[in-house]
Design a protein around this ligand. Structure first.
Ligand SMILES: O=C(O)CCC(=O)C(=O)O
Length: 269
């Protein structure tokens, strides 16, 4: 028998906390409720979970095939699980607004992060709703953006880890529409991000920069965001087709350790 699943919105623009769920064993009925909340709220928070890597993988696989990250090494014995440790303020890879792995031709549908160790305070994660960011733009700008593609590259990420610099697909530009349509909801969303987007396709970086800068500012205004303060045992999952996220690095060298699985997605259109 499934438990009573409840969902409570966490902010006006996105995010919900789900209670009544043990993610180590999710039956079909519970999964259907979680999936529907995921599509509605874009970011889901589950507190108090206790998951070994096999259970995190099994939960992620309810949503689809899991990706082996093209650049970040997996933890030993579990190819779909990557570790996101505290690399220090200077080396952090995630204190920048991004949607995951947009330099791939089929970027991930979603990502699931599980907190193994968290600082006493700080180390929060921000999320911003990219459907609302798009919907707020003027009809004129929407029409211009509707005809544009952008180039995305993993070069900076690859060179800051141990990525193989010879593996050129990570480094070349992958083109995606600047506005993508969510395959389940049909809603449009802005799909450019400061971590991986290099510029508009067929334009120079210099030509692209002013409009991208404007879009990033509009896409991350405080009233489009939610902020998650982590506790050990939290699982937070987000829809990469709907949101950008940003890991705030304000916790110095305090240990912060996360496991992540990443769900394969489709070609943005
Ligand atoms: O560590 C976090 O809070 C976020 C990690 C992140 O940005 C990512 O997994 O892409």
């Amino acid at each position: 028998m499934s438990t009573r699943v409840t969902s409570r919105p966490l902010a006006g623009s996105l995010g919900a906390e789900i209670t009544g769920v043990d993610l180590s064993s999710v039956d079909d009925e519970t999964f259907a409720q979680i999936h529907s909340a995921f599509l509605e709220h874009h970011v889901l928070v589950f507190r108090g979970q206790d998951l070994v890597p096999e259970q995190l993988i099994a939960y992620g696989e309810r949503f689809g095939t899991l990706q082996v990250h093209p650049i970040i090494p997996s933890i030993e014995g579990y190819p779909p699980v990557i570790c996101i440790p505290n690399l220090g303020k200077k080396r952090t890879l995630t204190e920048i607004w991004h949607s995951d792995v947009t330099f791939a031709s089929t970027p991930p549908l979603g990502s699931i992060l599980y907190a193994l160790e968290v600082p006493e305070c700080g180390g929060d994660t921000l999320f911003a709703n990219q459907h609302l960011a798009y919907e707020r733009l003027s009809p004129g700008l929407k029409s211009i953006l509707g005809g544009l593609e952008a180039t995305h590259s993993g070069k900076a990420l690859a060179s800051s880890i141990t990525g193989d610099p010879q593996d050129t697909w990570k480094l070349q530009g992958t083109r995606h529409p600047v506005v993508r349509t969510h395959p389940d909801s049909g809603r449009k969303a802005l799909y450019v991000n400061p971590a991986f987007t290099r510029g508009f396709a067929d334009m120079t970086g210099e030509e692209s920069a002013p409009l991208l800068k404007y879009l990033y500012a509009r896409a991350t205004t405080p009233d489009l965001t939610m902020r998650h303060s982590w506790r050990k045992g939290d699982v937070v999952m987000w829809d990469n087709r709907s949101v950008m996220h940003f890991a705030v690095h304000d916790h110095g060298d305090a240990p912060r350790d996360m496991h992540r699985v990443t769900i394969d997605g489709d070609t943005p259109s």
